[in-house]
Design a protein around this ligand. Sequence first.
Ligand code: OXD
Ligand code: MN
Length: 586
Amino acid sequence: MGTPLENWVDEAARLTKPDRVVLCDGSEEEYRGMVAEMIREGHTVDLNPRTYSNCYLHRSNPNDVARTENVTFICSRKKDDAGPTNNWMDPREAKEKIGALFDGAMRGRTMYVVPYIMGPMDSRISKVGVEITDSAYVVASMRIMSRMGTSAMGRIGASAEFVPGLHSLGDLDPQRRYIAHFPEEKLIWSVGSGYGGNALLGKKCFALRIAGVMAREQGWMAEHMLILGLESPGGKVTYMGAAFPSACGKTNLAMMVSALEGQGYRVWTVGDDIAWMKIEEDGYLHAINPEAGFFGVAPGTGKRTNPNVMEALRRNSLFTNVAMTPEREPWWDGIDSEPPAGLIDWQGRPWNPANGPAAHPNARYTVPARQAPCISPKWEDPAGVPISAFIFGGRRRQVAPLVYQSFDWQHGVFVGAMMASETTAAATGKVGVTRRDPMAMLPFCGYNMADYFRHWLEMGKRIPKPPKIFHVNWFRRGADGKFLWPGFGENVRVLKWILERVGGRGAAQETPIGYVLARGALTLEGLNISDEAMDALLQVNPADWEPELEDTKQFFLRFGERLPRELLEEHGKLAQRFGLAVAAQD
Ligand code: OXD
Ligand code: MN
């Protein structure tokens, strides 16, 4: 009898039949070996060592460039426990069907065993996972994105306290691609994709879907949230968690260079994608960033939009599906230069605009978080940081004003539950379609979302000092179709108002949807924005909200009896405040 880890590794090896098994230690030397292997395989090249030291460009299979939500499954025993927003497969059927794809999948390949810690080394909020994979790219990426190797092994020892994740590239045929989660077993199986959230199992699969299930069972929260600290004049730092759907600017917000730095407002980054939060003795919800790196969307990132990450990317970074200049530097739309002559596109061909953008719209950088100049001194604090505000937001051309605050926790949960956003290239499928994306968790909730809403409502009762809840929209457009708000570093002006509201200050206007920022309460010094634009940004237009309420009602009805009645109550109250007759129960 071996340890639980040894037994599981043996079982995986019997199934996948690799030529060799390597236990990864997370060392620098091992990383160099992975990169050498990737280069040998032919889809990875090294970048200019003078300007991008120890940086590489990996090109994924062109059919494998984003998360695939259509083949992501929650395999709970009961279909109802996955709920209407998840794909479901019976766990026995999944084991059989996907098991057949794993059978012999690693023949001729190396099976890497990758132990990793999600969260600061000795935090009680951290957890351990082990990913088995046949992809050197995944191993190299996991080394940046998690605390990987010997220290994680030490934490596991002879215990069964780890989340196992089995991954194989398979044959990369989209028809044979499955990302399966077994919430009762706390097990992940992923086959047929080598890309991002499909393959780096610590990220979406563990840190959101499986951890979300654990969080509900154990009374904590696992959320698709960035964590930032806003320093105010005098040096006090207030922490906030913000949930936005994929590719809506979480990384840029978390790493922002504040436009109000001269006035003493500065942003510190704790995390850019995921927050694990527990109630601590001081009555606050404390958050850790379970990840150790940033896996950010490259296009649109440049010195103007995110100078901090541009600085961080200069070393030890892995780029995926970006373009490459003749100087062997990474390139994408929105980086600070025009496309140079001799550009190589993301598929390794001389760039021809007829083939589309040079870098794939979901091209990514993977960079160690510690390299960010704005990284918070508390980012690895085992106690986490106390959260004073939650911010929800989506990409909306209309409807949602620049910023508003919920009336209370229950109303705030409703605000999160009715969130919607226009889809982006982060997942396969049509871009720009508005869909409901509660708490930015639609693709990441590992159980019935109605129960997830219930969990939020219950947490609110248990947190002695709950975060205040806000909603923002940086993406509202004017009649001319242009963005009304400049965004990026200017967003700190909105964070400053949120900070003031947390402190019981900051003028607001009571509207049917909540407390909207009062005209005049936003620090506008140094910003050239017209009164009309401000009016349009803050407008709450009943004609926009009526269809919003109707759509939310339809969305809620999908959950049937399981939907917490509090959300229907909030829906009714909002309709009433607008003087509308839409009732959720009819
Ligand atoms: C991500 C995503 O990669 O949300 O963070 O898609
Ligand atoms: Mn994300």
